[in-house]
Structure formats: C-alpha cells, structure tokens
Design a protein around this ligand. Structure first.
Ligand code: PA5
Length: 411
C-alpha cells in the first residue's frame, strides 16, 4: 500500500507517544497480533454443517466493518458462503432480504456490544419467531457476539445459545478486527489470519516510526489544522468493491471526530463524504472541481484487479471517435479515469489531494487499509482535541427513543 500526499504541511506534531499511552485503555491497537485460537475452536463446531448463508444482525460498528471486508473479498471463487446484512428496521428491506436465501441453510450472528440496541433486538425477535415456526433446533442457528456481562449474553446463556465475547475496551466502530468481524468472516471462509497480518504490518511500521508513521502524522496534522478551511474529506474510491469500506469510513470518521472538544465548548469535526469512481465523476465531481474549496480528497486506487476483461475490438459506425478504447482492459480504463481526475485537481492546486494505492484485492490489503484508517482517525482525534472513542450524540437519540417506547406501553 502506497500513500502519496500532494499538499504541504509546515508543522507536523508527533503524537505517536499519545497513541502508545492510549493502548492501556483502547483495545483496538493490539488486535492485529491477537491470539486466534478462539476462532479456530469456534470453527470446529461447524465442521460438518451445511451452511450457505451467514446472516449478520447488527448495526453501525457491529455490521459495517464486516460488510466492508466481505464486499471487498466476496468475488473470490474460494468463498463458499454468502453473507447477508440485516441492518435496518425498514420492513420492506427485511422482508426482501429474508426471502433472498434459504433460512434452513443459514447461520445467524447477532452482534451487539451493548446488547440492547433496538434495531438489532427487534430484527432478532422477528427472525427468531420465523425460525421457531420452522421447528428447527435453534441452538444450531444462532451465535451471539457481545460484551461480557451484557444482557444479551445473559439471555443467550440462559437459552443455551453459542456466545463469543468481544475483547475488552473495543468501541463498536473500531471492532472489525475483533471477534465482531473475525468470527463471521472466518466462518464465511475468509483468511482472517492474513487480514490481521496486513493490519500488523501497518501497526509495526507505525509504532516503529517507519514511513507510514510520517505519512499518517503529516496527513492527520494537515487535516486537523485545516479543519476550518477544508472541513470535508472525501474518499474517492475507484472500485465498486470499496463501496462498503467507504460507508465504514463515514461511520468511523463521523462518529469519532464530530464532537465538542474535551477542554472547550467548541464543536469540531471533519465531514466524511464517500464517493465511488467512476460513477461519481458524473455526479459529485462538478462540486469538487468548481464548488467551494472546502474539501480535501483522498483517492483510492486498485493497481491489480486480477481481471483481463477487455473492451472488444469492434468498430461501430458513428462511434468511430471512441475506437481508441478497443482492446483496452477495463482495469486500465478505470485507473486512467482516476489519474485524469487527480491531474485535473492537482492542476487547480487549491484542493488538497492524496492517493492511496492498493496493490491487490486480497485479505492483506484490506487489513492494511482498515488499520491505516483506524490510526488516522485516532491521530486526527488527538489533534482536534476530542474524545475519539465515545459517541454522546448517538446515545442521546437512543435514550429519547427508549423513552418514547416506554410511553407507548403506558398509553
Ligand atoms: O461505533 C459505535 O459505537 C456504534 O456505531 C455502535 O456500533 C452501534 O450503535 C451499535 O451498537 P451495539 O454494538 O451496542 O449494538
């Protein structure tokens, strides 16, 4: 993975020590080198089971990271199981999703750190009732992933269901490399050891002051010190396979950085915007090119799509003007498109741009990218002076909903 920065920053504050200190209370830092025996033991239970679909019932940090990794890797022909994500209380969506696979050959993972998230529990209740009506042995169908001691764990233990705990001190949006992400991904047939090994490469390089340390510190310093001038950061990812990675980034960045500063009353944050190329060239790009200079843009390119799909060598009357695309690989076209947009922005010189290049679409690459973004978020949070790991705004809405629900009961 390469990250080229096309902007200047005069003063870079070194916050590595601050992140090292956080390791005592923030669990995600040590996930890349965790012991994965618990995953191997868990998988043994499924040795002779015929599972076609793994269904994730969870929301936010308990779903998006898993979907980001799965969607990046799902075209791999070795993947034998499909994953389905039930992360909305939209009744039409739920109905459609539940009709899209064979319930009898599915395994359901109910994932919730707190164990009392309304979306997750309401969807679980619906699925539970559906499976009950099929007279199945429910113990074979559910795994609960939750914090030790949560009400959900108590419920699952009481029913005799399978429970996997989340490692200590891991916030939802930083949890994809914990049991939250690794258990379902491993069951789907994804090589989670390789994901961790990619993440560990970034971790070592960062904490041993390698190149990635300098790059991340520069980028974080720039973004935090320009938050009033460039309050928006767009990721412009040139691959459909990064669609959910971009959604994960929007959650990670928004929920971690949009806060009141710890030692002041100032509301700060950088607005994350997720774009996919080339589609968004025909949409949002105009705003970037000619709109207000309030955005920084991070391009993500994939060097090798491992595909030789080509535009056929066909000449068509009246379309001769586009004959130069004949015989070109689609991989070449998409990357030329990205390069052209980068060039047009660099030419303008008042829009901060950086480019992340991923070599291959594999477990290692996504592990690196995920951990890279987690470190970047921690650094920017440090520089902005916020508590990166709480989410008081989200909690406020949750509390109001709970009161509303209690009031319904009283009426
Ligand atoms: O990052 C976060 O903390 C949130 O997005 C949570 O993941 C989300 O609210 C779901 O919470 P829980 O895992 O407790 O069900």
């Amino acid at each position: 993975m390469k990250n080229e920065l096309y902007f200047n920053i005069n003063e870079v504050v070194d916050a590595t020590d601050k992140l090292v200190k956080e390791k005592d209370t923030i669990g995600y830092y040590d996930l890349p080198n965790q012991d994965i025996t618990y995953i191997k033991n868990y998988l043994k239970k499924f040795d002779n089971k015929d599972i076609e679909t793994i269904v994730i019932i969870g929301i936010g940090g308990s779903s998006l990271g898993i979907q980001a990794i799965y969607d990046f890797l799902r075209y791999d022909e070795n993947l034998t199981k499909r994953m389905v994500f039930l992360d909305s209380t939209d009744p039409l969506f739920l109905k459609e999703m539940l009709e899209s696979f064979n319930l009898v050959k599915a395994h359901f993972m109910i994932i919730s750190k707190s164990g009392n998230t309304i979306e997750t529990i309401s969807i679980y209740k619906y699925v539970y009732q559906k499976l009950c009506s099929l007279n199945l042995d429910l113990k074979e169908y559910f795994t609960f992933i939750t914090d030790e001691g949560s009400n959900l764990q108590k419920y699952a233990n009481n029913e005799g269901f399978n429970v996997v705990n989340i490692q200590a001190n891991i916030g939802g949006r930083f949890s994809v490399l914990s049991s939250v992400g690794l258990i379902p991904l491993a069951l789907a047939g994804i090589d989670v050891k390789e994901i961790l090994s990619g993440a560990n490469e970034v971790k070592k390089e960062f904490f041993n002051n390698g190149e990635i340390n300098q790059t991340l510190q520069k980028k974080a310093s720039f973004m935090a010190s320009h938050f009033d001038k460039h309050p928006n950061n767009c990721i412009f990812a040139y691959s459909e396979r990064l669609k959910y990675f971009v959604s994960w980034y929007v959650q990670l960045w928004g929920e971690s950085l949009g806060k009141k500063q710890t030692n002041s009353q100032l509301n700060v944050g950088l607005t994350p915007i997720g774009l996919i190329g080339p589609k968004d060239q025909h949409s949002f790009l105009q705003l970037i090119e000619d709109g207000p200079r309030d955005k920084s843009i991070t391009f993500i390119k994939v060097n090798d799509f491992v595909s030789d799909l080509k535009v056929p060598d066909i000449k068509m009357k009246f379309l001769e003007g586009l004959d130069n695309i004949n015989n070109l690989e689609f991989e070449t076209i998409i990357n030329m498109q990205a390069d052209s947009i980068v060039e047009s922005l660099l030419y303008k010189s008042d829009i901060p741009v950086d480019i992340i290049e991923i070599d291959h679409i594999n477990e290692r690459s996504i592990g690196k990218l995920i951990y890279y973004y987690e470190l970047l978020t921690s650094l920017v949070g440090e520089f902005l002076g916020v508590n990166t790991y709480n989410q008081p705004g989200v909690e406020a809405g949750k509390k109001i909903l709970k009161t509303k629900l209690q009031n319904i009961l009283k009426d």
